[in-house]
Design a protein around this ligand. Structure first.
Ligand SMILES: Nc1ncnc2c1ncn2[C@@H]1O[C@H](COP(=O)(O)OP(=O)(O)OP(=O)(O)O)[C@@H](O)[C@H]1O
Length: 526
């Protein structure tokens, strides 16, 4: 005679279904001296039954175990040794049951029927007589009832709790997504363009900004890589710390190391004081290495070391320094090709590429040409206090059919050039572009002296005129210096028949620097 009711408080005390199940089976096994007891729980998709304690599972789609039948018919099965032979072809089942003794049986009972669904199976293996009388024992059936109630209650509470957690997680996800979208949208006043590609780019920037990963920005010259790098910094948690840019192509090789790492007094002749490098200055903020593809091999190894260890040593220094910076790099070359040809370290490449961002060329997003054109036109008017009107339809059409090898930078220069050619309050005509674009192609030498406005006086066309700038009419110093530099280099290149080494020598700058300037100023060698 079992005192089942003594266990009721035990069961009512459990607060989790898993604990309740274990406690229940424990009670049954010890009270009935069973060989084994299991509770089988249908998986979420209903295709499997999973044992509450061992995690073993049985498919219930093939009906090759009695479990599937009990689940389907919702009636108790009591199987003695000869019945079990029939099911022994299912290895997992026969392993779980083991060899039944002569007086042993397997009882499988469906529990907690709800909407014609069975929520649990109780499987008991033990003495045949004990098990067959169990289902007629009123006091046991009362305990079973308590167990089922308690299980349903806990299961419902756990379901609600998991729904609450899932809801909270999805709300957090939605909030995060909304925040990311707002951050991406906040870039639309600096990274102009409403094309799908531009919107996707802004989203990528917002995602990259919230991570700590190294970002590699790739894209054609003039497509906006530097703007993207800056935006990654501006949206990142480091935005109140310094953004330190350096162009690896613009600095002579022998100076690049000391620029980046700094130097200590006496490191070389002329090093009269300690000088902090850009890596140290970027501490807490972002270091932007533009034209990373031009970084010399020797420095690539040193950069990799800084990225791996977070420490570096200034030139001539003996002590390691620390700098916590986030690296953003950019290149217009296909860096993987450089890796293949051995001019760029593969390990560094993958270290830089933790978060790749590709900036689409302007030709890939022609929809943005109009918006960008008006952006540059408004900026021109604002900077020069002018009121140049809109683009005439055929002028806009010409821009839309142009291929823009120099990307957004070229469009910007074209608009500035057109504005400078257009009298105040008049609209920009197609004729203003005639010196720069013809039949959808750049006019050769269009970046030369004849076409560029300095101080917005027309007609400066020779090297001599470089010195004849109407300084009083300069309204944008940056633009004037740009044009001035462009004229000098263009003139010097034509003087040396396009020989960059000679032109660079004659101007007292390294060839690398000249090459870099030519690209930046869109100067094509004659
Ligand atoms: N989406 C854009 N919206 C507004 N201005 C842009 C956009 N993209 C580029 N620009 C402008 O175009 C010019 C060139 O951009 P930027 O210097 O970022 O290009 P880049 O890809 O870094 O060029 P390079 O390869 O020569 O270094 C800049 O004046 C920049 O402000």
């Amino acid at each position: 005679m079992h005192n089942w009711l003594a266990y009721v408080t035990d069961l009512a005390r459990e607060r989790r279904t898993t604990d309740l199940q274990s406690r229940f089976i424990q009670i049954l096994v010890s009270e009935l001296k069973l060989r084994k007891g299991m509770l089988l729980v249908p998986s979420c998709d209903g295709r499997q039954l999973v044992c509450h304690s061992s995690g073993e599972s049985w498919s219930v789609t093939d009906f090759d175990t009695p479990f599937a039948h009990v689940l389907q018919n919702a009636t108790t099965k009591h199987l003695v040794a000869e019945d079990i032979v029939y099911w022994q072809s299912n290895r997992a089942f026969s392993k779980a049951i083991g060899d039944l003794g002569l007086f042993e049986a397997v009882s499988i009972r469906p529990l907690i029927r709800h909407d014609r669904h069975v929520k649990l199976l109780l499987c008991l293996i033990g003495d045949d007589q004990t098990l067959s009388s169990l289902w007629n024992d009123a006091s046991f059936l009362q305990v079973l009832d308590v167990f089922e109630h308690q299980w349903s209650l806990l299961n419902e509470m756990e379901g609600e709790e998991s729904n609450r957690r899932a809801l909270k997680a999805s709300l957090t996800d939605i909030e995060k997504q909304t925040r990311q979208q707002e951050r991406a949208a906040s870039l639309s006043s600096t990274l102009i363009g409403d094309s799908t590609l531009m919107r996707r780019l802004r989203e990528q920037i917002a995602n990259a900004a919230s991570s700590q990963l190294s970002v590699l920005v790739q894209g054609e010259t003039g497509s906006g890589k530097e703007l993207v790098a800056r935006a990654v910094h501006d949206l990142s948690p480091r935005r109140h710390q310094p953004f330190i840019p350096i162009n690896c192509a613009a600095i002579p090789e022998h100076l690049l190391e000391s620029e980046l790492f700094g130097y200590e007094k006496g490191a070389f002749s002329g090093a009269n004081i300690d000088k902090e490098g850009l890596i140290a200055q970027a501490n807490g903020g972002t270091l932007f290495l533009d034209e990373i593809g031009d970084m010399p091999m020797s420095l690539q190894a040193k950069l990799l070391r800084v990225l791996e260890l977070g420490t570096f040593r200034p030139v001539g220094g003996s002590r390691e320094r620390q700098s916590d910076f986030r690296l953003v790099s950019a290149t217009h070359v296909h860096l993987l090709d450089n890796v293949k040809t051995g001019s760029f370290r593969q390990d560094l490449y993958y270290r830089l590429l933790q978060y790749p961002i590709h900036v689409p060329s302007l030709a890939q997003r022609k929809e943005d040409v109009r918006q960008l054109s008006y952006h540059f036109l408004d900026r021109f008017n604002h900077q020069h206090g002018t009121r140049v009107g809109e683009l005439q339809p055929d002028a806009l059409d010409m821009l839309l059919s142009y291929s823009f090898p120099g990307n957004v930078r070229e469009l910007k220069h074209l608009i500035e050039y057109a504005c400078a050619q257009t009298p105040d309050r008049e609209s920009i005509s197609i004729a203003t572009f005639s010196g720069r674009i013809s039949n959808g192609q750049p006019v050769s030498g269009s970046s030369n002296v004849q076409s560029m406005p300095i101080g917005y006086t027309n007609g400066a066309s020779t090297a001599d005129s470089v010195l004849n700038i109407d300084a009083a009419s300069i309204a944008d110093l940056k633009q004037a210096l740009h044009d001035f530099e462009q004229r000098i280099i263009t003139d010097r290149l034509s003087q040396f028949d396009g020989d960059k080494s000679k032109a660079a020598d004659s101007l007292g700058i390294p060839r690398r620097t000249l090459t870099y300037k030519c690209r930046k100023l869109e100067i094509k060698a004659p």
